[in-house]
Design a binder for this molecule. Structure first.
Ligand code: UD1
Ligand code: MG
Length: 458
C-alpha cells in the first residue's frame, strides 16, 4: 500500500537478536507462533501497509530461520547482544542509503503493535514541530521492569529511564516505554554513536537517544497506545497470554464481519484465516494456516481445517479434518470422520462419513460412500485418484491409486478397485456371495449335541 504523497519515506528496523532465554527453546524467540503466524511475521504484517523500505531485521548469527522468515526483507547481524542501542546500530550499513525520513524501530517480540498505532507514531514524527524521536508509550497495570518516560512541561519528553536505573520518584511514573520509536533518519546514526553503556546493565540503551537528542537541541515526543497492544513476549506464559488475547480479538472481528460463532471461546483462528459472509462456525473448531472460506459455508462442531479453500454453501463436519491442499467446491458436503488432503471436490459432491480422500479429484455431484479410502501411498510414492462427475462409490471401497473412475461409474460396496473403471460402468471387485439354505440351523444343532455329550462326561 502506498503512503500519502505528503509523507516522507520510512525505513524499519526490527530488533530480534535477543536469545529469548526464558522461552527455554531451540527456536529463536521471534519464531514462536501466535495464531499459526510467527511473532516477527505479525510485526511484518502490521508494518506492511506503511510501505516502509528498507525493512531490516537485526538478528544474531545462526538465526537462519529468522532470515528466511523475513525474506525478501533484509537482515543485519548483531554479533554480541550489547543492548538495544547497539542492536539498532548494527543496521546502519543496511540503511546506509536511507538518509532522510523516519527510521521506525520495532521489537520482534512485541507482535501486536497495530498499523493504526504505527501510523499515529509516524504522523507525530512528521508534525510541524519536527520531533527527532517519537516514543510509543503505554500505561501497563504494573510498570515494573519497563523504562519510564519522563515528560517535560511542554508535553514533550526529556528522557527515558530504565527501571533498574530509575530513582524512587521516577519509578512512580506510570507512562512506560513500549520500545517502539520513530527516529529522524538525519540524526539517528550520530546520536547512536554517542550512546554509552555506563548504566545498571552495562548495555548500550536505545532509550538514551531521547536525552541525547534533547542535548543536541531537538524536541522529542510520545504517543500512547493500549498496553495489550504493546505486550512483549518473554516466556511461554506470555506466549499463551498473547495467543488468548489475539484469539479474542480475531473472534470479535469475525463476528463484526458477519460470521456466526456459536461458542466463540472455543474457536481458534489462524492469523490468515479468510471468512466470507454468513459463515456459521460451530463449537470447537480449529483453523490452521492457509484457510479461505467463501460465503454461506457451515462448519459444524469439532472440525480441524488447515490449508483449505472452501467454496460457498459447503457444509463441513461435524468431526471433519481438512488438510493442506483441500479444495472444496460449492455445496459440497463433508461429513463426520472424513479426512481430505490434496484433494479437489467438484460442486455438490458428497463424502458424508468415515472416508479418506488423499491426492484425489472428485467430480461434481459424485457420492463417496461411507468408509471409502483412496489408497494413495505405496510406502514410496504418492499416486493420484481421479473420479469423474456423477459417479457413485459404494461403501467401504478401497480405490488403489493411480486410478481413474469415469463419469457416472458405480463401484459396488466393499470393492478393492485396482484398475481404471470406464464411464457409466459398474465395477464389482469383491468375493462372490455364496448362500447355503438351512446351513446355520444344522450347524447349531450339531454343535449343541457335541456340547451336551462333553457335559455328560464331566
Ligand atoms: C526495552 C526498553 C525499555 C522498554 C522495554 C519494553 C531499552 C534499553 N529498554 O527493555 O525501556 O520499557 O523494552 O518491552 O531499550 N535486542 C537485540 N539486541 C540486544 C538487546 C535486545 O536485538 O542487544 C532485542 C531483543 O531481542 C528484543 C528487544 O531488543 O526484541 C528488546 O530487548 P530487551 O532486552 O527485551 O529490552 P528490555 O530490557 O525489555
Ligand atoms: Mg523485553
Amino acid at each position: 500500500m502506498s503512503q500519502s504523497p505528503s509523507s516522507s519515506p520510512i525505513a524499519a528496523v526490527i530488533l530480534a537478536a535477543g536469545q529469548g532465554t526464558r522461552m527455554k527453546s531451540r527456536l529463536p524467540k521471534v519464531m514462536h507462533r501466535i495464531a499459526s503466524r510467527t511473532m516477527i511475521g505479525h510485526v511484518l504484517a502490521n508494518l506492511a501497509p506503511l510501505g516502509a523500505a528498507p525493512v531490516v531485521a537485526v538478528i544474531a548469527p545462526g538465526m537462519d530461520e529468522v532470515m528466511r522468515e523475513v525474506a525478501p526483507h533484509g537482515i543485519a547481524y548483531q554479533t554480541e547482544a550489547l543492548g538495544t542501542g547497539h542492536a539498532v546500530r548494527a543496521a546502519h550499513e543496511a540503511l546506509a542509503g536511507f538518509k532522510a525520513g523516519t527510521v521506525l524501530v520495532l521489537f520482534g517480540d512485541s507482535p501486536f503493535v497495530s498499523t493504526a498505532t504505527l501510523q499515529k507514531l509516524i504522523a507525530r514524527r512528521q508534525a510541524a514541530d519536527d520531533p527527532a524521536v517519537v516514543v510509543l508509550g503505554m500505561r501497563p497495570a504494573d510498570p515494573t521492569g519497563y523504562g519510564r518516560i519522563i515528560t517535560d512541561d511542554a508535553g514533550g519528553i526529556e528522557k527515558i529511564v530504565e527501571h533498574n536505573d530509575a530513582n524512587v520518584l521516577e519509578r512512580i511514573v506510570d507512562l512506560c516505554n513500549s520500545g517502539v520509536m520513530a527516529i529522524d533518519a538525519a540524526v539517528i546514526w550520530p546520536l547512536l554513536d554517542r550512546i554509552g553503556n555506563d548504566n545498571a546493565k552495562g548495555e548500550y540503551y536505545l532509550t538514551d537517544i531521547v536525552a541525547l537528542a534533547r542535548a543536541a537541541g531537538r524536541r522529542c515526543a510520545y504517543v500512547e497506545a493500549p498496553a495489550e497492544e504493546l505486550l512483549g513476549v518473554n516466556s511461554r506464559q506470555d506466549l499463551a497470554t498473547a495467543e488468548a488475547l489475539y484469539q479474542q480479538h480475531r473472534r470479535c472481528q469475525a463476528m463484526s464481519d458477519g460470521v456466526t460463532l456459536t461458542d466463540p471461546a472455543t474457536v481458534y483462528f489462524a492469523a490468515d484465516t479468510k471468512l466470507g459472509r454468513d459463515v456459521v462456525i460451530g463449537p470447537n473448531v480449529v483453523f490452521g494456516p492457509g484457510v479461505s472460506i467463501a460465503d454461506d459455508v457451515q462448519i459444524l462442531a469439532f472440525c480441524h481445517i488447515e490449508g483449505a479453500r472452501i467454496d460457498s454453501g459447503a457444509i463441513i463436519g461435524p468431526f471433519a479434518r481438512l488438510r493442506p491442499g483441500s479444495d472444496i467446491g460449492p455445496q459440497v458436503h463433508i461429513g463426520n470422520f472424513v479426512e481430505t488432503k490434496n484433494t479437489k471436490l467438484g460442486a455438490g459432491a458428497k463424502a458424508n462419513h468415515l472416508t479418506y480422500l488423499g491426492d484425489a479429484e472428485v467430480g461434481a455431484k459424485t457420492n463417496i460412500g461411507a468408509g471409502t479410502i483412496t489408497c494413495n501411498y505405496d510406502g514410496f510414492l504418492k499416486e493420484k485418484t481421479v473420479i469423474g462427475a456423477g459417479a457413485f462409490i459404494g461403501s467401504n471401497s478401497a480405490l488403489v491409486a493411480p486410478i481413474r473412475i469415469g463419469d457416472g461409474a458405480m463401484i459396488a460396496a466393499g470393492s478393492v478397485v485396482t484398475r481404471d473403471v470406464a464411464p457409466d460402468a459398474l465395477s464389482v471387485a469383491r468375493g462372490q456371495q455364496v448362500d447355503k439354505p438351512g446351513w446355520a440351523s444344522k450347524f447349531r444343532t450339531a454343535r449343541a449335541a457335541v456340547k451336551a455329550g462333553l457335559k455328560a462326561k464331566d
